[in-house]
Design a protein around this ligand. Structure first.
Ligand SMILES: [Zn+2]
Length: 87
C-alpha cells in the first residue's frame, strides 16, 4: 500500500510514498512552492496500490529514442577505451 498527494488545481499527483506522512510532506512542499502556502481546493492524499520497481521494470519496453541513446552511449564507451589505450 502506498500514498500519493494529489493537487487538482495543477492536475498533478506526487510519486508514491510508503507512508501517509511522506505524501503529506510532499503536499506541504508543493503548497509552498506552487501556491504560496495556500491550500488548493480539493487537494487530497490518496491510498494507491504499490507497484514495485521490479514489476514496473518488467513492463518497460524500449522506445526508438532509448535505442538511439544506448547506441550513442555504447559508441562513447568504445571511443573512451580506444582513446585510453592509443594515447
Ligand atoms: Zn498544485
Amino acid at each position: 500500500m502506498a500514498f500519493t498527494y494529489q493537487c487538482p488545481r495543477c492536475g498533478t499527483a506526487s510519486r508514491p510514498y510508503f507512508s501517509r506522512a511522506g505524501a503529506e510532506g510532499h503536499g506541504v512542499r508543493h503548497r509552498l512552492r506552487r501556491h504560496d502556502g495556500d491550500y488548493p481546493v480539493g487537494e487530497r492524499i490518496q491510498r494507491i496500490a504499490w507497484v514495485s520497481p521490479v514489476s514496473r521494470a518488467a513492463g518497460w519496453r524500449p522506445s526508438g529514442g532509448d535505442a538511439v541513446a544506448a547506441a550513442v552511449a555504447g559508441l562513447l564507451v568504445v571511443w573512451s577505451i580506444w582513446h585510453a589505450f592509443t594515447n
